[in-house]
Each structure stands twice: as structure tokens, then as C-alpha cells.
Design a protein around this ligand. Structure first.
Ligand code: SAH
Length: 393
């Protein structure tokens, strides 16, 4: 089976970008089924890559740019082995740790995401090609890491785009226990892999949590979009005087209470509001509340570039409100995990918020995703997490 790309898509493939949009495919030969491996060529028949075909917006995921490669089970095993080896090298794959084991395209394994949580693995199959072989992949992941079980947590939204039904459940071994705990930066957290949100834990913020904690000593902190309290626990352990968590999911917030308890933190220094953060920030402003440190870690507000403009307004809105809540000289730790908002635009948004708040913003540190979520330069979309620690004067 073959796919011939038009000129523009050929250029991208020559630059080793792993995606070919459906508009970039000039002609398909041999009527491939979603999930089939096809030979990808330019208009003249020059070999470009081997790719997974999908009847979706992203028609091809380019897997290997070497003509002599054979994309079979052994090919996936070699790639997975390399991805695991990388995490071991970073010292991230330990008995009680949590880390991303495989980060899809960035690890050269398009469509496959797998996370390690203290001896259990969650797997996301994002494409028909990976969906077909997920059982073999699950077994292999378990064999190579010693995991007791592999649980599927395929992202429903992505799967619908790929024409795949919803999927979740045990792929291999034992079901992850409900009270599973992981260790991060010497702190412990309970993760709910089976019943929790999309992700058990936001692993991409590991290094940033430690970095933000450096500014926590003695402060009154506000942790907005707190999920299961990972920032809050870090801040309190680093000596914060108090923390107020804001989170819309009652279930996540309750697990946050548990995480404070697991780390022997005194509940009296912690407070939480389970509600919409946009409204809570306004209310806190109207009440004249102030804080020394605000963490803003919103969900993806711009999943694609086309939604970037609306999302930019939402980012500006919360950053402006956060600055108004900060005492002079207070610290703002602000993030965006939208691939559609690049670092430059994000900085401009924060600058704009500062202008409107009549505050000067001094950037103390720039943050990105942790190293188990590497950025592949041929796939700029893999750089999605941007953060700033700033002093607002
Ligand atoms: N800071 C967290 C991760 C945040 S993920 C950590 O370090 O683990 C984003 C969180 O925002 C999710 O928990 C989600 O439930 C929550 N959320 C989404 N929309 C929200 C809203 N409008 N108001 C408050 N919380 C919201």
C-alpha cells in the first residue's frame, strides 16, 4: 500500500515532521485500512517514510524515515526499549516513582503514550495503528519494567477523531489498586488511575513544582486549578504559611485532602474552594483578599492553533486577576499547556495582563515540561508546556 504526498507535505516529511494531514496526501494506492503501514512517497515516487494510515485529519503518522526499516512488532519493541532506557538514564524509573515512559511522537513512537506509576502502567492508544497492537505493547512494557499491570486510559476525544470507540480497562496483569501511591520530589501522592481524570497525575510539572517551592517559605499561597494538590503539598512542605486551593472537580479536591494527610501536613493551614476558578478569582478580588504567591495551572485552554485567540483572552483574564490578588513583590507561577500558544505569545499575554493590572512583571525563571516529556525539534508541537515564575512589583 502506498501514499503519494503533494509538494508541501513532502517538504514537511523531508524535515522529518511525523504528521501528514489528509490534504497533503495526493493519492492513495491499494486502499489501506486505518492502522495499516503504508509506504509514503513524493509525487515522483521517491521514498519518504513508512507511516501508519488513518482515515482522519492526520492521515499519516510517519514512523520511520529509513527505507530498509520494517515496522513490525520488533520495531515497536526497539523503540519502546529506547524510551524506557532514556527514563532510567534520567533516574526517573524507580519502584515508587511516576514518570512518562513513552511520549508518542517525541519518542519516535507516534500514537503511543505510556506512564509509569509505582509498578503500574497506564497506556494510551491514540491511533488505529497503535490500537491494533496495544495488547502486545502492554505485555512488552510490563516485561521490560516489571510492572504488575497495564491499564488502558485512552483519551476519548482523540480516539473519536480517529474513528475509534472509547476504550479503557485492564490490558495486562493486575488492576491498579485504588490507594496506589507514588513519590515525587520526596513527597507522596495517591493517584487514582482507574477512576480519576484523564491522567492519574500531571507528571510534566515535576521539576516545576520543586522550582516554585523555592519561593514558598512563609508565604500565603493560592493554588489555582489545584487538581489533587500537588503544588499545594510542595508549597506547604517548603514552609508556606497557608495555601488556598481552587479546583472545580470535587473528586480531585478530595484526593488533595488525602495527599496533605499522607504528607503529614496540618489541615488547618489548608483551605479549598471547589468551584469555577474564573469566578472564584473574581470573588477573591472583590473581597479584597491578597496573597504572596499564586500558582496558575489551568487545563488546556487552546487544544489547537485555531482556538488560540479565544484561549489567549482566557489566559490574560486569569493572569490579570492573579496579579490583582498579589501583594506588591509577590510571586506568580503561571503556566500554559496549550500547544497552540507558544512561549512567545504566552509571555506577551502575561505582559499584557501586567499592563492592565498596572504592575511590572520581572521574570525570575522560565519553565517547561519535565524531561520525561522530551521535545523533538522535528515536531515542535511536542513543546506544549510553558511557565514563568515572576515577581510582580
Ligand atoms: N496543578 C495541578 C494540575 C492542574 S490540571 C497539578 O499540579 O497536579 C487542571 C485542573 O483544572 C484539573 O484538575 C481540572 O479539574 C481543573 N479545572 C478545569 N477547569 C476548571 C475551572 N474552570 N475552574 C477550576 N478548576 C478547573
Amino acid at each position: 500500500m502506498k501514499a503519494y504526498l503533494n509538494k508541501q507535505a513532502t517538504k514537511a516529511a523531508d524535515r522529518r515532521h511525523p504528521w501528514v494531514f489528509s490534504g497533503g496526501v495526493g493519492r492513495l494506492e491499494g486502499s489501506p485500512e486505518p492502522g495499516d503501514v503504508v509506504r509514503v512517497m513524493d509525487e515522483t515516487g521517491r521514498f519518504l517514510a513508512w507511516g501508519h494510515y488513518s482515515a482522519s485529519r492526520i492521515a499519516l503518522r510517519l514512523l520511520d524515515f529509513d527505507e530498509s526499516a520494517r515496522v513490525d512488532e520488533a520495531w515497536w519493541q526497539v523503540g519502546i526499549e529506547a524510551a524506557i532506557h532514556r527514563r532510567r538514564g534520567f533516574g526517573l524509573l524507580l519502584e515508587r516513582s511516576a514518570c512518562r515512559l513513552v511520549f508518542g511522537e517525541a519518542d519516535g513512537l507516534p500514537g503511543l503514550v505510556a506512564d509509569w506509576y509505582s509498578g503500574y502502567i497506564t497506556l494510551m492508544a491514540q491511533t488505529p495503528g497503535v490500537d491494533r497492537i496495544k495488547d502486545q505493547i502492554a505485555r512488552f512494557l510490563a516485561e521490560r519494567t516489571g510492572a504488575l499491570g497495564v491499564w488502558e486510559r485512552s483519551d476519548q476525544e482523540n480516539r473519536a477523531l480517529e474513528g475509534l470507540g472509547s476504550a479503557g480497562g485492564l490490558l495486562y496483569g493486575a488492576r491498579p489498586p485504588e490507594d496506589l501511591v507514588i513519590e515525587e520530589n520526596g513527597l507522596i501522592f495517591q493517584v487514582d488511575l482507574v477512576g480519576g481524570q484523564k491522567t492519574g497525575f500531571f507528571l510534566d510539572q515535576r521539576e516545576n513544582r520543586a522550582q516554585v517551592a523555592r519561593y514558598a517559605s512563609g508565604v500565603q499561597a493560592l493554588d489555582v486549578f489545584s487538581y489533587t494538590g500537588a503544588f499545594a503539598v510542595h508549597l506547604l512542605k517548603a514552609g508556606a504559611a497557608s495555601v488556598l486551593r481552587v479546583e472545580s472537580s470535587a473528586r480531585a479536591a478530595a484526593l488533595g485532602d488525602r495527599n496533605l494527610e499522607l504528607n503529614s501536613l496540618d489541615a488547618s493551614v489548608d483551605d479549598k474552594i471547589v468551584a469555577d476558578a474564573f469566578q472564584v478569582l473574581r470573588k477573591l478580588r472583590d473581597q479584597g483578599r491578597t496573597f504572596d504567591l499564586v500558582v496558575l495551572d489551568p487545563p488546556k485552554l487552546a487544544p489547537t492553533r485555531s482556538q488560540a485567540e479565544r484561549a489567549a483572552r482566557a489566559y490574560k483574564d486569569i493572569n490579570l486577576l492573579a496579579m490583582k490578588l498579589l501583594r506588591p513583590g509577590g510571586t506568580l507561577a503561571t503556566f500554559s499547556c496549550s500547544a497552540g500558544i507558544d512561549a512567545d505569545l504566552f509571555q506577551k499575554i502575561v505582559f499584557g495582563a501586567g499592563l492592565d493590572a498596572r504592575r511590572d512583571v520581572l521574570v525570575l525563571a522560565r519553565m517547561t515540561q519535565s524531561p520525561d516529556h522530551p521535545v523533538r525539534l522535528s515536531f515542535p508541537e511536542s513543546w506544549y508546556l510553558k511557565g514563568l515564575i515572576a515577581q510582580v512589583v
